[in-house]
Design a binder for this molecule. Structure first.
Ligand SMILES: [Cu+2]
Length: 124
C-alpha cells in the first residue's frame, strides 16, 4: 500500500515538472531578399517591383527619405526595419556601388510588421 502511494507521488511530481518546462515561443530568425527602400518612398511603390528597382540611392540618401527610416520590399510587400535596421541600411547606402536596384538580403526576426534586423548584406 505504501508503495502505491510512493509511485503515485512520483507520477504527480513528474507531471508537475513537465508542465513547468513549457516551451516558450521564441521568434524564429529568418531572412528576406528584396529591394531596400526608405519608408517615405515605399508608400508610392507598394506592389510595384519595377518602380522599386528604379528607386535610386541618391533618393534614399536624401534627408527626408533617410529620416523616414528604411525597410525592404519583398514581392510587392513592404517590411519596415527597426532602429538597428535603419542604421545598417544607412551604412549600406554609404558603401554600396549600386546607384539603384538595391537588392539586399536581410536577416532578423519579424515582430508585427517590423523586421528586427540582425544583419543586412548586398544581394548580387
Ligand atoms: Cu526615396
Amino acid at each position: 500500500m505504501k508503495k502505491t502511494i510512493a509511485i503515485a507521488l512520483i507520477f504527480a511530481l513528474t507531471g508537475l515538472f513537465a508542465t513547468s518546462i513549457d516551451a516558450k515561443t521564441k521568434p524564429v530568425a529568418k531572412s528576406w531578399t528584396g529591394v531596400l527602400i526608405d519608408k517615405m518612398c515605399s508608400k508610392k511603390m507598394t506592389g510595384d517591383m519595377a518602380k522599386c528597382s528604379s528607386h535610386t540611392k541618391m533618393c534614399a540618401s536624401e534627408e527626408m527619405c533617410a529620416k523616414s527610416g528604411y525597410g525592404v520590399m519583398v514581392a510587392g510587400k513592404y517590411y519596415k526595419f527597426d532602429k538597428k535596421g535603419d542604421q545598417l541600411a544607412a551604412a549600406y547606402l554609404k558603401q554600396t556601388t549600386k546607384d539603384k536596384d538595391m537588392q539586399i538580403e536581410v536577416m532578423g526576426t519579424m515582430s508585427g510588421n517590423t523586421i528586427k534586423v540582425t544583419d543586412l548584406k548586398d544581394k548580387m
